[in-house]
Structure formats: structure tokens, C-alpha cells
Design a protein around this ligand. Sequence first.
Ligand code: HEM
Length: 322
Amino acid sequence: MASPSSFSKAILTLACVVLLVGGTSAQLSIYHYAETCPLLCPTVKSIVQAEIAKEARMGASLLRLFFHDCFVNGCDGSNLLDDTPTFTGEKNAAPNKNSLRGFEVVDKIKSAVEKVCPGVVSCADLLAIISRDAVEILGGPGWDVKLGRRDARTASQAAANNSIPPPTNNLNALISSFQNHGLSQKDLVALYGAHTVGQARCTNFRARIYNESNIDGSFARAMQSNCPSVSGVGDNNLDGLDFQSATSFDNTYYVNLMRKRGLLHSDQQLFNGGSTDSLIRTYAQSQETFFKDFVASMINMGDIKPLTGSNGEIRKNCRRIN
Ligand code: HEM
């Protein structure tokens, strides 16, 4: 294929920027790679698209990677680093082990991007672009992604264990966890809408479907059919976080919560007579409002402690420090 003309390069660069508003923050900019990697966004998107076409759940898994990166010492690609005999990364931390997935897809995207602009784009930024694309491809909103993050040269298993909230948390613990990352109650409720896609393992919702009372009876029975009550039996059996439409990004997650059909204990905490109930009602009534707030909160989450300037590095391989 002939190399793209400067005109088509300009068009493809613009494909990264859907709204052409917003622009820059103190450190990150939606135009960060406009000159240095004009083919970045179409390169990423075509692979995300192909992988989701192969397995729809992958979109959810990729979105979660960004959350588990940003909540552990900021959005710096630290959760992509492999363990080695001399280095302990975050992949085996409790919230990630046997759970976080999509690393091979990130590898595929990183090598394609290295071909079009070697040594330029960070793994941390790739996670930001990939999660935006995944949301959009699954039917959610699009937005301009702020870029310019650099990659960590460290990781922390302890921080991954402590900074990512567990599904056993009650509402107050969830609110303070988000507060610790500079995120509001509104960010918590809007970002939790990511659970409109993807799956959870029985081990994470067994106690809820057998022991809790703020759960719809027929929903609990349906979930019990695939998640045995005995601990250790069927622990990895999966069910949709949004049992109605786990591969489409919509507002049914909130509708489910209002019907006491949240799968995780922590999901149902958002609609359980507390301070977040009214926002759940708003999002259940208006997908448009949910989408607008979700975009704003994804941008807020993506702003958590980025490495910029001469801090960190641009990794060649997302699994390894250069
Ligand atoms: C606020 C506290 C949160 C808690 C306690 C929580 C907890 C969980 C748990 C336990 C799972 C299932 C993991 C498994 O069983 O292996 C899960 C899946 C998922 N989470 Fe969260 N989560 C939270 C917030 C978020 C946020 C903010 C996002 C993204 C913006 C997100 C995106 C996802 C996605 C997409 C999945 C499905 C992944 C897949 O199917 O591979 N979560 N979460």
C-alpha cells in the first residue's frame, strides 16, 4: 500500500479528535501526538475493533485495565509490567490475579504502533486510547483523549492491593477510596457504569447471591444456578455484571440496581438507601446524562498523577522497563 498522503494523514489525525474542544490541561493534551504519530489512533482502533469482533468481552477487559492502572500510583502503565525473578509487578496483586485480562491485545497494539512511530507513544497513553475506543465500539460515547503520559519504571503490588477497592466495600468505603484519588461521588457513580459491560467470577458475588437481603429473589436464583454455594466449587464461573446486556455499553446497569439486581455487593451499595440513590435514578432515566457524566469522569480518572516531562520513560515493550 502506498504511504498516506499528507492530506490523508491530516484526516486520520483528526479521527483521533472527535469533538475538537477541550484541548489541553496543564500537562496532557489531545494533540500530543498530532505531529509525532499521526497514524496512532486509526492504528489502535482497528485492532481494538478486530479483537472485540472476535470476543465482545474483550472490550470490557481492556476498559478495566485502564482503571486498574490509574488507581495504582496514577495512569503510568505500571500494571502492564510482568513479574521477573528480580521484579515484582502488579499482575499478581489480589484484585488483578486470575482476573485482569487483555495484555496480549495491548502487546499487539503496542507492536503495531511501534511500527508506525517507534519509541514515541507510551503504554499509559495506549490504555487511555484503547479504553475510549472499547467504550465507543460497544455502543457508548466517544470523547477526545488527553495524551502525553509517560510510563513508570516501577510498579507496586502493595499499592495495587491497597488502592483498588474490593467488591466487599460498603458505600462509605467506596466514596473514600475515590476521594483518595481526587474523584468525587459523582465520578464514583458515573465510572461504576462501566459495569454495564463485562463479567465477574462467582467467587466475587457468591456471598451476595446467597446471603444478602437487598437482592431480587428471581435474580438471585438465576445467578445461583451458575455459582454453587460451596466455596471452592465453581469459583471461576462467570456471569455478566449487567445480566441483561453485558456486551453493550448502555444505562441498563443503573436500571438493574434500582431493581436490586446488582451482581456485586459493592454494585448494590450504590442504590441502597444512601447518598448516591438519586444519581442512580437520574442515570437509569437518562442514558444521555450518564454518557455525558461518564466521559467527564473518564477524563478525570485519566488525569490521576500522570508522569510527564522527563519523568518515567516511553517503554518499547509494555511488559518490560526499557
Ligand atoms: C468502584 C469500585 C469497583 C469495584 C469494587 C469493582 C470491582 C470489580 C470486580 C470484583 C470485577 C469482577 C472481577 C472478577 O470477578 O474477576 C469487576 C469487573 C469489571 N470492572 Fe470493576 N470495580 C470497580 C470500579 C470499576 C471502574 C471505575 C471501572 C472502569 C471505569 C470498572 C470496570 C470493570 C469492567 C469493565 C469489568 C469487567 C471486566 C471483564 O469482563 O474482563 N470497574 N470490577
